[in-house]
Write a protein that binds this ligand. Sequence first.
Ligand code: G6P
Length: 608
Amino acid sequence: MCGIVGYTGRRQALDVLLKGLYTLEYRGYDSAGVAVQTPQGLRVVKTQGRMKTLDEKVHALGGLEGSCGIGHTRWATHGAPSDVNAHPHVSADGRFALVHNGIIENYLELREELQRDGFVFQSETDTETVVHLFQKLYCGDMVKTLTQVVARLRGGFALGVISSEKPGELVCVRRDNPLIVGFGEGENMIASDIPAILPVTRRYVVPGDEEIVHVTPQGVEFYSLSGERLTHTPQTVDWDVSSAEKGGYDHFMLKEIFEQPRAVRDTVSSRIRGGLPALEEYGLSDEMLRGVRNIHIVACGSALHAGLVGKAAIEKLARIPVLAQVASEFRYSDPIIGEGDLCIVISQSGETADTLAALREAKKRGARTLAICNVVSSSAAREADSVLYTWAGPEIAVATTKAYSAQLAALYLIAVRAALARGTMDEQTARRYCDDISSLPDKIETLLKTREQMSELARLYSDREDTFFLGRGVDYAAAQEASLKLKEISYVHSEAYAGGELKHGTISLIEEGTLVAALACDPALYEKIISNIKSVKARGASVVLVTNGNYEADGEMCDHVVHLPQCLPELSASLSIIPLQLFAYYIGVYRGCDIDKPRNLAKSVTVE
Ligand code: G6P
């Protein structure tokens, strides 16, 4: 949700800012802008549209000379995407430029106050209030001024500010929003995410909430709101810049689909010891798992879909009641959760605003909290009682694939360990589950070979405007993720339905040529789902069956079959999703969609 970047040092700031912004574009891409301290004062170039448009615009103007600046790529919340609403925003007197990620909840009252003071607003954004407020409160010291500003703001945000009067100085702050500070040699940076700093440095610090950070080429200082100097030891990024590049693939999404065997292997391998899940160091001791009353899984989007698969596995294997809930609903539902309960939040980014709020709510009510997330040191990782990282590596495409697969693997390990701890599974069976979990990467590898088949199916069906995904049990959970993938990147209307529920209304939408993708991966439910499939086929649907069963396309039950390798039924969502991710990808390609940056979406949703 908006990417911010800032640089001060010995290079031309513009180059570093643009490079950084390209890597942050996944966070929002409806407009972009930069501000640089030039010999002629602060200069700002901003535009509606993608980074490429900004790049062309700023170079058409002859570039911007200077070694300190800030940049922004936007996902609009307050005010439509437009040149004037794009960041950086500049104070009325032109002395300050500011970039912002998040929402200033009290911006209307601040705006009225500033208007009464005579400030004239150019944009409809909440951000512009902050830069005028900065001018109003300016005391000659950037750190002290930002401290005063923060005290007046409600909501969550990350802010970066430069001034024409303070060459080489950059100040920033975060509250419940991501922001890192990169430590270079004679140059330093700020950014919303790690890939943006990698051309300059691998060393970074995540400042604490409401710490005011003062950045110059010579060093970085951290202050509490009460003015106390704080220290942090930088961490080192241990993955390579190439992990955040396309590496020969047409899109990040395709690259990330193909990285799934590694993502799952890395997530699982160090957590299976002696053939059994070893999760004690993640706060999941047998004693704790034995005593757990209820598990609440809280997440958004695909992470919630992973949670639904996790719910099915944990309930079936460990017999613990699990509620899987949408984070934005959970947080305002006066949830029945407390001591003795475990709240598992799942989030690729670890920064999703609703998921974080749900985590805090669960903590406040006395539940134990576990975060399953992919971004190291993200807010969820820091705030939860314990964290189980998915080692999927940086995920750039907005539509998640490898992080989702890694989340599933992490949840299976929890299900098996909990089952062992509670005595609902014996050790021998647990070993069999672990073997099967460990073999998922090879099976996923095999399934990546369905690429051509899925591309061909996508070519045949790319003109369909409605698609239904059917499944029962775990297949229904997987169907929900498959459906979301398709609508996210191809804009095709799709719905996931529990096979048995279809006849209660939705079947009225099935007509000649409606596309139905049906999942049949649990032998215990084959016959049931096959009857559901037959009933849509009889009404003219074109049916693609994804199954580990021994079925063939006969034109009567289904038109196409995608065969999956065998695995234990609770784990099958890890396999059935692979061809369906490829299917969604190719439908998007055939329809000419912007695969990695679908319209209206952003990868990290840091607003409610
Ligand atoms: C956004 C993305 C989804 C993602 C969801 C949750 O809506 O477009 O793909 O599943 O956020 O993100 P998280 O980082 O919490 O997993």
